[in-house]
Design a protein around this ligand. Sequence first.
Ligand SMILES: O=P(O)(O)OC[C@@]1(O)O[C@H](CO)[C@@H](O)[C@@H]1O
Length: 334
Amino acid sequence: MIYTMTLNPALDYVMHPLTLDMGFTNRSSSEELYCGGNGINISTLLKELDVPSIAMGIAGGFTGDYLLTELQDKGIASNFVRLDRGNTRINIKLNGIVMTMVNGMGPKIPEKKVDELLERMDVVRAGDTLVLTGSIPNSLPEDIYTQIMGKLAGRGIQFVVDAPGQLLMESLKARPFLIKPNNHEVGRIYGVNIESPEECMPYAHKLHEEGARNVIISCGGHGSLLLDENGVEHIVPTAKVKLVNATGAGDSMVAGFLAKVTSGEDYETALIFASACGTATAASNGIAKRSKIDRVVTALYKKMGRAMPGTIARDIEENRARAEAGEGISGKTE
Ligand SMILES: O=P(O)(O)OC[C@@]1(O)O[C@H](CO)[C@@H](O)[C@@H]1O
């Protein structure tokens, strides 16, 4: 089972401002509301791929109620600690000429709720994957990811960490199965300006030496890299699409990679699929639907001049047939 942990979930309120003048009232042409937070995005994309996962985390107030009802309606299993006070945050995404985001700090988490969460972690068993991702509310201890991994150490659980700077570096001691920073985050960690996968590769080796078993670094339109646990370097370009909203693109990569690795695909195939999932989300409102992912996967193999592996081609064909027959969530169109 794949467990995703979102300690600071959010409702993502996307506005499309016509102007963005500081100090004035600006008007939005339309708005959308999505359930967000990195782990929730990962579970959402996994659901789209028909890969089961359980979303865990901490939620509170009317926004938390909305979030959990939405997850239930989408058929995403969840196991959230509920706060007695405080609201799950609302993150503002101003999708204008450039994307401007204002992310909330999140509610205050009392110590007893942290204990409750740590107790609930006992459901994660040998062979499971636990994804620890996103920022943490400032009332939580900074080493919470390390605490969780410490508690579960030695149980045969694979950890995946996608977290900002220090949280990420701290987590490397636990030898996570996968980390997925982007080029800017890696640049900030090492104090360098790096854009392309080729420029990022030496830093992937450093992160590998520090403890990460597999390192994916996403580089936006420049492509992405994977340095796998066997020390093999993989680089994949990005399929060309019209950018709609890149929120959740990195999370979609993590989901796509895990979906393929856990179903036994090799690392190169998993990276290509991951890249397509990220691109498909960047070209969507919200997390990408299956039909768009399939189109981007096909376009990416074409761009790379490579034949699609039989397993991936069959999967796309089966999904198309199911969509035509009007079955299942994966048949949804955007
Ligand atoms: O404030 P954090 O936890 O760093 O990031 C939260 C967030 O921006 O990340 C997700 C996209 O990855 C969004 O759904 C969400 O609003």
